[in-house]
Design a protein around this ligand. Structure first.
Ligand SMILES: NC(=O)c1ccc[n+]([C@@H]2O[C@H](COP(=O)([O-])OP(=O)(O)OC[C@H]3O[C@@H](n4cnc5c(N)ncnc54)[C@H](OP(=O)(O)O)[C@@H]3O)[C@@H](O)[C@H]2O)c1
Length: 314
């Protein structure tokens, strides 16, 4: 069987190092299923590893992409019931390819009520938000988000409210996000309004930050020592140094928790995620053909985007 994949053989800017490669797919390993991909999104979490940020954990050549949805076309006898169903083929190979193999026990069946465009984005950001909220609970707390227009932050904000946060403020870089945040119950604050940002930081109990850099420093400098700062992304590209008067800083990365999830806990997490996602606002999508992956990346790079680019692979 021939398989076309978006591969990288060296680290660098995704636009420069990604190539479409077609090769014969190796035979299925025992216990694995084979999934014909339908759609996969372009997320920061897909692009950052290609640059070499996690080079110690990635063996080259590699196939890009961490999430997506597809239909099972082959399975071991123990998982024969999955054939023909839609699943998220997780914790196997890169998802930016036509056929993805993954362990049958870790594939997540997609409920019929969830459209492909939502299912394709149900792993990285929803599971990261779900895990962060269980590790650093927002109940009874005033919450502050950065990069609040991002998919991960809008889920964090809506689900923090669902879990009893008293207020959720969202710092956004582009003005276009203000109205959509308000519609989700998240109170918008412009990143450029640094006095308001500092005042809100001083009154916050917990901050979930995806920017790092100067914004993180401004927030940390204003926060109360008894508060908590959860850093889960570095969209500014700038790390920041800790200082003694800062509150507790927690570094979150989803990969540190995946190995500890048993297949049962893994499936149980998605029971929550499917119902929470169905009841939440999420960004709209722009569907682009797999062959036009460069346009998908260009779309991803646009500042003030409210749509997530999705590669249509099927
Ligand atoms: N640690 C983990 O395990 C984990 C898991 C999932 C996601 N993440 C992180 O979560 C973050 C968001 O990912 P996503 O897929 O949700 O993003 P997304 O939906 O693609 O949205 C990106 C958002 O980030 C904003 N942004 C980009 N650069 C910025 C900067 N320098 N300062 C302020 N805002 C900036 C953009 O604002 P504009 O609209 O103004 O352009 C946009 O709203 C990423 O850092 C990703 O790595 C981490």
């Amino acid at each position: 069987m021939e398989n076309t994949a978006l591969c990288y053989r060296k680290f660098g800017e995704p636009e420069s190092v990604l190539r479409r490669e077609t090769a014969i797919k190796a035979s299925l390993k025992p216990g694995d299923i084979r999934v014909q991909m339908l759609m996969a999104p372009v997320n920061a979490s897909d692009l950052i590893p290609i640059t070499g940020a996690y080079r110690h954990r990635i063996t080259l050549p590699a196939v890009a992409g961490y999430e997506g949805v597809g239909r099972v076309i082959a399975a071991p006898d123990s998982a024969a019931a999955l054939i023909g169903t839609r699943v998220l083929p997780l914790c196997g190979e890169g998802t930016w390819q036509q056929y993805v193999d993954c362990p049958a026990t870790l594939a997540i069946p997609v409920p019929d009520t969830i459209p492909d465009s939502l299912a394709a984005r149900a792993f990285i950001n929803p599971l990261a938000a779900w895990l962060m909220l269980s590790l650093y609970p927002p109940q009874g707390k005033r919450v502050l988000l950065t990069a609040a227009g991002s998919d991960c932050a809008i889920l964090l904000g809506q689900w923090a409210l669902r879990q009893g946060a008293t207020e959720v403020y969202g710092i956004h870089r582009s003005a276009v996000h203000a109205d959509r945040l308000r519609a989700m119950g998240i109170l918008p604050v412009a990143q450029q309004d640094i006095d308001s940002v500092r005042a809100l930081a001083a009154a916050s109990d917990i901050v979930y930050d995806a920017t790092g850099g100067e914004l993180a420093l401004a927030i940390l400098g204003a926060m109360d020592k008894s508060a908590a700062f959860v850093c889960y992304g570095l969209l500014s590209g700038q790390p920041f140094a800790l200082q003694r008067h800062f509150p507790a800083v927690h570094w979150f990365h989803i990969r540190n928790y995946l190995d500890a999830l048993t297949p049962e806990a893994w499936q149980a997490a998605f029971c929550d995620i499917w119902s929470w996602l169905a009841a939440s606002h999420y960004s709209d999508t722009t569907l682009l053909p797999f062959t036009d992956w460069q346009s998908a990346l260009a779309h991803y790079r646009q500042a003030g985007r409210t749509h997530k680019p999705l590669l249509e692979i099927g």
